[in-house]
Every structure is written in C-alpha cells, then in structure tokens.
Design a protein around this ligand. Structure first.
Ligand SMILES: [Zn+2]
Length: 274
C-alpha cells in the first residue's frame, strides 16, 4: 500500500455535557469511542514518535496506515475517558500541555466554562506518559504568542519545556501554538529553546514534505458526524474548498516572514492567520 499521509487529529476535552461555547473544543464520549473504533476497524495504528521523526527528518515513510491523536490544554477527561478508550484499541496520543494550569481549573476567561473538567495533575500526567503518551508543550499560560513581548515569549517556551522535562524525565521538543497562532518571532524562540517540531491548527495530512514548524492538524469537535470525521481522516480536509485554500496558504505561508508581512498589510486577505 502506498503512503497516503498521516491524519493528525486535534482534540481538546471529552465532554458529555458541553455548553454552547464548548462545542468547538470537545467531543462526546460516545462519539470519541465510535471514532476510535472505526479507525481501529480500518487498520489504523498510532504512529510512534520515532516513526514521525524518521518521516519528517529522514523522509522515511512508515509501513501501514497511521494516525496521530493529539489533545491540547490538558483536561482531566483525557485521564478519565481518553486513556481508557485509546488503550482498548492500542492507540496512544500526544498531549500538548499548558503547564501553568496543571492540577487547577483552567483559569482563563474564555475557557472558564470547562471548570467541571479541571486540568490534569502531575500524577495523572505521569500515568499517561507511562502508558506511552508523548507529553509536549502548549506554552505555559496559554497566551496568544504573537501579542506578548520577546522576553515573555522566551519564558513561555522555556518554562513549559523545563517543567515537563523535570517532572517526567522525558524529552520535550514538540510545540502546539495556543489558538494556532504564530509568527516568525515565535518560531525563532522555539528553535532557540531546542524545539524540533511545531503544530498549528490548519488542515491537511502530514507528509515527508511537511514543514516541521508548520505541521498540519485536523480539528475534531462536537459538530462532526461520522461522515465528516471519515472525510477528515481520509482527505485531511473538511471539504474540497477547504483543501484548495489550505494548499494555497501552505505555499504562501511556507516562509514565516512572508506570512507576517501578509498578515500585517492585508488583514482581510481571507486566508486567516493559521
Ligand atoms: Zn489550547
């Protein structure tokens, strides 16, 4: 079977009682179970950290059908539901943590609604790590990294990496931009701090040609049906129109300085900031 890219799925919480504003960042437990079961029945396995590195750095394609589950922020529901469901099918995941909130409620104005699903504790995070999950950085305070000064930016990437490495004794060199937002300064600081890979929230599947600091992810949320989920997994996109726009954006935004200039001078360019 020829290699057809790896769908990198982007989840947040697994929440059966989402409020209207949480629908964008959660999936129900039943939907999550159905999605994992379908992937398993179709022969998908989790891509390992090593396979991913070989794919991106050595252009070595893994055999078989692979998927990558990723979770942002670090909600407790990943421990109560996510681990159990994924383990049942032999899947693992990558968790991108906002380290300042570990063990607490999320604490951000726009995420106050997830108070019933507090952030994971270090003990729970250690259990996920021991079960094969890769624990990586989503910054420290979950801030928009393009609007803070350089010193704060350097601290965001340094502290989150150091905290996870100290607490778990594992390597942290992957980053997921909070809100998917980044610019050249952010990439420069990530590289200085020793990060090798960064994920955004723009769609598409992951290929050997993918930019290591602009890796695609496909967001899965409560608005997905099994049909839209399958389309996202199989194509990497929500629709053909989404695919066209994303492919053009990937070419234009390949250079972060060009991306910054376009966003500065043409805010209504229509491609969004991802
Ligand atoms: Zn986030």
């Amino acid at each position: 079977m020829s290699f057809s890219g790896i769908p990198v799925l982007n989840y947040h919480a697994i929440d059966d009682q989402p409020l209207a504003q949480t629908r964008n960042v959660s999936v129900s437990l039943s939907a999550f179970k159905e999605q994992a079961a379908w992937l398993h029945s179709e022969g998908y396995t989790s891509v390992t950290v090593q396979e991913l590195r070989d794919l991106l750095l050595k252009k070595k394609k893994p055999q078989g059908k692979h998927v990558l589950f990723t979770f942002d922020d670090g909600y407790h529901s990943l421990y109560t539901h996510g681990l159990k469901v994924l383990s049942e099918y032999g899947f693992t995941a990558t968790l991108f943590l906002s380290t300042a909130y570990i063990g607490h409620a999320y604490g951000l104005k726009d995420f106050a609604f997830v108070n019933h699903d507090r952030q994971l504790s270090w003990e729970e995070i250690s259990t996920l790590s021991a079960n094969g999950w890769s624990i990586q950085s989503h910054g420290n305070n979950h801030v928009k990294m393009t609007i803070i000064d350089l010193k704060a930016l350097a601290e965001e990437v340094r502290i989150s990496k150091a905290l996870i490495e100290q607490n778990l004794g594992t390597l942290v060199d992957e980053f997921a931009f909070p809100y998917g937002i980044y610019n050249k300064n952010v990439l420069d600081q990530l590289k200085l701090a020793g990060y090798k890979f960064a994920y955004s929230v723009h769609s598409g599947k992951l290929y050997p040609s993918s930019n290591p600091y602009r890796l695609p992810r496909i967001e899965i949320n409560n608005m997905d049906t099994m049909d839209t989920f399958k389309t996202k997994v199989l194509t990497g996109y929500i629709s053909p129109q989404n695919a066209r726009r994303s492919k053009i954006r990937d070419i234009i935004y390949a250079n972060a300085s060009v991306k910054d200039m376009i966003e500065k001078w043409t805010p209504k360019f229509g491609f969004g900031n991802h």
